[in-house]
Design a protein around this ligand. Structure first.
Ligand SMILES: NC(=O)c1ccc[n+]([C@@H]2O[C@H](COP(=O)([O-])OP(=O)(O)OC[C@H]3O[C@@H](n4cnc5c(N)ncnc54)[C@H](OP(=O)(O)O)[C@@H]3O)[C@@H](O)[C@H]2O)c1
Length: 243
């Protein structure tokens, strides 16, 4: 199979890192499936502007909607080569405010970030085995440093790092699984995080926050690196060297 024949599903791709990643794959000639939970108009617009692509609304936290998403992809293209588990949620909570990080908050975050990633990966595995494809999981620098928008969020991303290793161990040799752990990236998610941005500019060796394109480049690279599996690549302008 040539690289241009790939079919790539990017979850949470109507905005930010997911959108930039889907666009990068499309620029390389891949067929891209856009997805989001609620921003249907943006998804339809992106798909209309991207030849050979498809938009499917689905909440990755919902098992039936995950199955439906996979069904639509296979019905349209007959194969899946790359799954980018990018969709995620958070709640900004000061780490010292233990009461605010209620079990309900933990559940909401884990439902999407961990359980959603798990169930979509499992549902996609037969197709990925057939295509000898790969999975890229979007983690966070908060998974490896005691930082991040809230404790439940950081722990959910640490769980994804271990999931990356455990999954990679059992789905080879057909399927590779890697993760990217971004530092502070300029997306709608972080639009009003000026204080954090200022901090990153002052302590990170590369003295800037990242762009969605910075992360998209690494995600695309992980799908074309045939001898790498089970790894978490931190992409943060060196921020974790300083905190
Ligand atoms: N920005 C950063 O600094 C940063 C740093 C480290 C890691 N990350 C990670 O990068 C990923 C993307 O973040 P971003 O900054 O690009 O965020 P963003 O611009 O807010 O985009 C999030 C995307 O995910 C979709 N989404 C949310 N929940 C979903 C669900 N249950 N099912 C399907 N789609 C869902 C959103 O669409 P709808 O809401 O319309 O459904 C949107 O398309 C997240 O996993 C985040 O944890 C971001």
């Amino acid at each position: 199979m040539t690289m241009s024949a790939r079919v790539v599903l990017v979850t949470g791709s109507t905005s930010g890192i997911g959108e930039a990643t889907a666009q990068r794959f499309a620029e390389m000639g891949d067929s891209v499936v856009f997805n989001s939970r609620s921003s249907v108009e943006a998804g339809e617009r992106l798909a209309a502007a991207t030849p050979g692509s498809l938009y499917v609304r689905a909440d990755i936290a919902n098992p039936e909607e995950c199955e439906g998403l996979l069904h639509r992809v296979l019905e349209r293209y007959g194969q899946l080569d790359v799954l980018v588990n990018n969709a995620g949620v958070t709640k900004v909570i000061n780490h010292r405010d233990l009461e605010a990080a209620s079990v309900e908050v933990w559940r909401e975050i884990f439902e999407v970030n961990v359980f959603g990633t798990w169930q979509l990966s499992v549902a996609a595995m037969p197709a990925l085995k057939e295509s000898h494809g790969s999975i890229v999981i979007v983690s966070s620098a908060a998974s490896v440093r005691p930082t991040g928008s809230s404790i439940p969020y950081a722990v959910s991303k640490a769980a994804l790092n271990h999931l990356t290793a455990l999954l990679a161990k059992v789905v080879g040799p057909e399927v590779r699984v890697n993760a990217v752990a971004p530092g502070l990236i300029d997306t709608p998610w972080t639009a009003d995080w000026d204080a954090v941005r200022g901090f990153v500019q002052s302590v990170a060796p590369l003295q800037r926050s990242g762009t969605s394109g910075d992360i998209a480049d690494v995600i695309v690279g992980l799908t074309t690196t045939p001898y790498m599996t089970g790894q978490v690549v931190v992409v943060d302008g060196g921020l974790t060297l300083a905190i």
